[in-house]
Design a protein around this ligand. Structure first.
Ligand SMILES: Cc1ncc(COP(=O)(O)O)c(C=O)c1O
Length: 427
């Protein structure tokens, strides 16, 4: 089982058997309020009729079409619709099946781009500590989670540096939204670039808001400063928007929310409302043109997946984007964000709580770890919330919440009342 304590799980399984809108049904018949949109991905709520119908219909028309030297219209239509949502000249899309594939694809496109530009020596990547970029070899190399690397050490990408993360409780505990303090964390990029030589650096990759390691909201001015430094040295900036895309922050993408334009964006999860696996890399026109025009004829990018732009995923993606539009879900997330923020911060003063963080419809409750048992209190909190009928996510001792964007205020209240109640009972 992925990222799961297999033996413990099999002794006491937690099985979900059905889902609709804001709720799961567990195997024992209990209704579970989904506080995490599955895994940050079911942004429009579960089993939405229009998406289900689009998948069903496409499965009966054409189940599959090979994507190498062939194509099908829905993949192009989805790419065009995405391009219309994406900022500025980010208007070309390469499809894969997951966030991990999107990340590794983006790193390969960065290398291909620099070769095309005649700067093949630009091979170094810069990620960030506490960054999560999936589980491919590229993703774990640029990612900043030691636990995800140590079983596979010795075979990672060879030229990678990491920026410091921006999490600092001494300065920023209990901040609502973006911290005022901490833009200077970006200056570490200048130092790395000076040390390595700008002409060796291909790309910097960061999540606009680090999700998986506990919702680390970027300090004001931080992403802007990363962009400035990349511009000064001609380095590509990749935003991994696998979590922050599709309304999660109350805007289409993090790039729009923070007003910072990257050169590439990786997306997945909410692109199909998690109904059919799909991921994508979205690139600025100049990157596409450079790579495609670098060869006189023939295949321009030696990369692709059997299921790139799969017809069922493309149909699901088109229906999902339409649902986001017709229900105004990104605007809904933005207008609910102040209510959400107050709900998150209502836990201030609760037992064990050492920090509360929020942005858009994402929140984090960081708990004081138990002595010599980091993560134990967080995991127990997660289990007790599930017993109490609310699904939350746990990373170490941080509880993260990121509900579907259709969440009602009463459901937000229930999530935080349940969590508050559980924290009173957890040792
Ligand atoms: C920022 C980010 N990048 C990449 C991934 C990997 O996505 P997947 O699990 O679909 O491979 C995730 C997954 O949570 C993510 O949060």
């Amino acid at each position: 089982m992925p990222f799961t304590a297999n033996r413990a799980f099999k002794r006491a399984p937690r099985l979900l058997v059905a889902a609709k809108d804001m709720h799961y049904i567990a195997a024992d018949g209990r209704q579970i309020l989904d506080g995490t949109a599955g895994l940050w991905c079911v942004n429009a709520g579960h089993c939405r009729d229009s998406i289900t119908a689009a998948i069903r219909e496409q499965a009966g028309v054409m189940d599959y079409a090979p994507p190498f030297q062939m194509g099908h219209p829905l993949a192009f239509e989805l790419a065009e619709q995405l391009a219309r949502m994406l900022p500025d000249d980010i208007d070309h899309v390469f499809f894969g099946n997951s966030g991990s594939e999107a990340v590794d694809t983006s790193l390969k496109i960065a290398l291909a781009y620099w070769q095309a530009k005649g700067e093949a020596q630009r091979t170094r990547f810069i990620g960030r500590l506490r960054g999560y970029h999936g589980v491919g070899f590229g993703g774990i190399s640029v990612g900043g989670i030691e636990a995800n690397r140590k079983q596979f050490a010795g075979q990672l990408l060879p030229a990678v540096d990491h920026l410091p993360h921006t999490h600092d409780l001494a300065h920023n505990a209990f901040t609502r939204g973006q911290p005022e303090w901490g833009a200077h964390f970006a200056d570490a990029l200048e130092e790395i670039v000076t040390q390595r030589g700008a002409s060796t650096v291909a790309a910097v990759i960061v999540e606009p808001v680090a999700g998986s390691t506990g919702v680390l909201v970027p300090p004001k001015g931080y992403l802007e400063r990363l962009r400035e430094i990349c511009d000064r040295h001609g380095i590509l900036l990749i935003f991994d928007e696998v979590i922050t895309g599709f309304g999660r922050l109350g805007a289409s993408f993090g790039a729009e929310r923070f007003g910072v334009l990257p050169d590439m964006m990786t997306v997945a999860k909410g692109i199909t409302n998690a109904t059919v696996p799909m991921g994508a890399v979205c690139v600025r026109r100049g990157i596409y043109d450079s790579v495609v025009n670098a060869t006189a004829s023939g295949i321009e990018l030696f990369h692709g997946y059997t299921y790139s732009g799969h017809p069922l995923a493309a149909a699901a993606g088109l229906a999902t984007l339409e649902l986001y539009r017709t229900e105004g879900l990104f605007e809904r997330a933005a207008s609910l964000a102040p209510y959400w923020e107050n709900a998150v911060h209502s836990l201030r003063g609760s037992r064990h709580v050492i920090d509360l963080r929020n942005i858009g419809l994402v929140g984090a409750v960081e708990l004081e770890p138990r002595v010599a048992a980091a993560g134990a209190r967080g995991f127990e909190t997660f289990l007790k919330c599930f017993e109490a009928g609310v699904l939350v996510r746990v990373t170490g001792d941080t509880i993260a919440l990121s509900p579907p964007l259709i969440v009602a205020e009463a459901e937000i209240d229930r999530m935080f009342e349940t969590l508050g109640d559980v924290l009173r009972r957890v040792e």
